[in-house]
Write a protein that binds this ligand. Structure first.
Ligand code: FAD
Length: 458
């Protein structure tokens, strides 16, 4: 079966690259003739890394946006559910497509899926979801980097990335469209209870929303270096879910921010962390579930469901931690400084294995990302390949005034909203409805250091 032009259509296999602009797979397929854009849901992913509820909410809206955009240029998005190689093979039978174009992805399950697809298709994998192809930035001796700073220095030398390519203005349709699922039938968005009202207030998933967010941020990126650690100021880009779902390429972000001028080096370095995380998971595919420093397997981690629940619900009695955890629940996102404080609190104050925190973030973050989540959790816990941070125990009650979090706490912990800028970080007597501290800072710190010592010395 062939198209009107007599050319078999090509499949564009979309995953975390839900955009039209700077999309090398789409561009290459369009140059060959008719195009069938396809998204396959889920069965490839191991059960414990199936997309969490927050990510599914995002995915629904991002796919709807992409379909609208594709229809605007004469195409549409085909939705299928199952194993990618089986669904793509079925589409081949329905349409005669023999070639698949896709962007590279580095999660271990995607690499396996690519091998399976390559058995029945001419599979062309393109770059473009990272600043440089992950795995291409190597030390002088030709091995991949394990530590962020030298990795970034080497990556920076290769920058800027190639200029982004524009989105296609039309796509040739195949003679026959394959069957497609109905997005509404996938049940990605919550019905009862509808917990996503805070998400709707905060986000516009999809490439259109991503462009608006970038435009807004580029104009104020010059203030990022000074204010990025202040959770009360809305000064970071909030591009993370858009970047995670590939609704815009990092090259597009780089170009817009660099073109805006001003001092943006710190921001570009943060973008570099995204690439670094991929370098790590290529070397350590099980990074999301195994300690890179195996000695930490024997640390006396606590199984403490009550404290874990208090942390998840933002009821630890530490206002900055609780504000962060409630922001996460309400919006699917948390400020980076507060992520660090909340993560350190779980691992060190509560002595709970980082994987419990990683799981919770996986389910609740709209930017939940296999590489970035694992790298940041293992970094905080000191179990990772980068510098060992276990003994750096963040003091939430010091961090909170240091980073001027009073208004942030007021917003997310209304029980404390009436307190003064001085008292809100550590109320002497918890007001009605707000819990007392679930652990004492000094005692928790001493317990963590003692546990670490015992692990080290046998
Ligand atoms: P900005 O400060 O504006 O930075 C711009 C972009 O750079 C971000 O959108 C993001 O893509 C990238 N970036 C910035 N910091 C980091 C970082 N430390 N690691 C990797 N990429 C970074 N980020 C995720 O994208 N997904 C996750 O699952 C995730 N889990 C995290 C878990 C913990 C425990 C911690 C401490 C951090 C985690 N981060 C994660 C990193 C960081 O908190 C977010 O990327 C950032 O808060 C997103 O907000 P922003 O878009 O405003 O970032």
């Amino acid at each position: 079966m062939t198209s009107r032009a007599g050319t078999a259509p090509s499949i564009v296999w979309l995953r975390r690259d839900l955009r039209l602009a700077d999309q090398a797979a789409l561009l290459a397929a369009a140059q060959e003739g008719p195009v069938i854009p396809v998204y396959v849901l889920d069965d490839e992913t191991p059960r414990n890394f199936r997309m969490g509820a927050a990510s599914r909410w995002w995915l629904h809206h991002s796919l709807a946006c992409l379909d609208r955009q594709l229809r605007g240029i004469g195409s549409r998005l085909i939705l299928r559910r199952g194993k990618c190689h089986e669904e793509l093979a079925a589409i081949r039978r329905e349409t005669g497509a023999r070639t698949v174009h896709a962007l590279h992805h580095y999660e271990p399950w995607w690499r396996n899926a690519e091998s399976a697809v390559a058995k029945t298709f001419r599979l062309h994998l393109h770059d473009g979801n990272y600043l440089a192809p992950p795995g291409s930035i190597l030390t002088g001796s030709g091995s991949p980097y394990k530590i962020y700073t030298p990795f970034w220095n080497a990556l920076r030398e290769r920058m800027p990335p190639a200029p982004p390519t524009p989105e296609p203005t039309s796509l040739e349709a195949p003679e026959v469209w394959p069957r497609s699922d109905n997005l509404e039938d996938w049940g990605l968005i919550p019905a009862t209870p509808d917990w996503a009202s805070g998400f709707r207030e905060e986000w516009t998933p999809g490439e259109v929303g991503a462009c608006e967010r970038l435009q807004d941020f580029a104009g104020r990126a010059g203030g990022y270096a000074n204010f990025r650690n202040l959770p009360s100021d809305d000064c970071t880009s909030r591009l993370s879910p858009h970047l995670h779902f590939g609704e815009m390429s990092p090259a597009t972000v780089w170009q817009s921010v660099a073109d805006a001028g001003g001092s943006v080096e710190v921001f570009l370095g943060e973008l570099g962390w995204r690439d670094y995380a991929q370098t790590v998971i290529i070397q350590f595919p099980e990074y999301g579930s195994r300690n890179a420093r195996e000695a930490y397997d024997s640390l006396n981690w606590q199984t403490d469901r009550v404290s874990l629940l208090a942390w998840q619900q933002g009821r630890t009695g530490y206002p900055i931690v609780d504000a962060g955890m409630r922001e996460l629940w309400h919006t699917g996102w948390m400020h980076n400084r507060v992520r660090m404080i909340a993560a350190s609190f779980l691992v060190k104050h509560l002595l709970i294995d980082w994987r419990e925190g990683e799981r919770w973030f996986w389910d609740t973050l709209v930017d939940a990302d296999y590489g970035s989540n694992a790298v940041n959790w293992q970094w905080t816990a000191g179990t990772g390949v980068d510098s060992n941070m276990f003994v750096r125990i963040m003091a939430p009650l010091t961090q909170s005034p240091k980073f001027d979090a009073a208004d942030y706490i007021r917003r997310w912990v209304p029980e404390l909203a009436h307190l003064s800028d001085r008292d809100i970080h550590d109320p002497a007597v918890p007001p009605t409805g707000y819990p007392a501290k679930i652990v004492d800072h000094a005692a928790a710190r001493a317990r963590a250091l003692a546990a670490h010592d015992r692990m080290k010395h046998g």
